[in-house]
Design a binder for this molecule. Structure first.
Ligand code: AR6
Length: 164
């Protein structure tokens, strides 16, 4: 599997599936979640409503509607409380479950945002390490995992980790 980092807006990604950094209600929100709902159109919220929520560390799929991506995989990252409430394992679970859902969909290319590193306050460096390590160690049919950084700092962390 190829893992690469890009800087940009995940809603523009022309991959089979993009991952959303959602919350347990799956009713939309700010950050990348808000951007994905705006770009996908109101049908996305309807589809999310029918899923009836998602636990932290888990992921659920919907169509991508007006997005270039065919599917959205809604992953619910942990809120950072200092690191002693299972946050690293829950974040790893988001990446693992997203790849499992991608396999169920038959998606071969998947773009990920830096889950939990915005409103949920997860430290960027640790989150990036967990993302790269989990994607590298999860058995999957996904051929391309693209880590989409919205900011330069996250992009540089990904580049450094992927070069190692
Ligand atoms: N494309 C790619 N990355 C983005 C984009 C974008 N268009 N917009 C923001 N990011 P956040 P969380 C980056 O806060 O921390 C929502 O309200 C952002 O810079 O979106 O998991 C949900 O509904 C950061 O690096 O997600 C939840 O309630 C990363 O995406 C809550 O926020 C994640 O930031 C989830 O918080």
């Amino acid at each position: 599997m190829r893992i690469e980092a890009v800087r940009g807006d995940i809603t523009r990604e022309t991959v089979d599936a993009i991952v959303n950094a959602a919350n347990r209600s799956l009713r939309g929100g700010g950050g990348v979640d808000g951007a994905i709902h705006r770009a996908a159109g109101p049908e996305l919220l309807e589809a999310c409503r029918r899923l009836g929520g998602c636990e932290t560390g888990d992921a659920r799929a919907t169509p991508g509607f007006r997005l270039p991506a065919r599917w959205v995989i809604h992953a619910v990252g942990p809120v950072w409380h200092g690191g002693h409430r299972g946050e690293p394992d829950l974040l790893a679970s988001c990446y693992r479950r997203s790849l499992e859902v991608a396999d169920e969909l038959g998606a071969r290319s998947v773009a990920f945002p830096a889950i939990s590193t915005g409103a949920y306050g997860f430290p960027r460096e640790l989150a990036a390490r967990i993302a790269v390590e989990t994607i590298r160690s999860t058995p999957t049919s996904v051929e391309l995992a693209r880590l989409v950084a919205f900011d330069q700092e996250t992009y540089e962390i990904y580049r450094r980790l992927l070069a190692a």
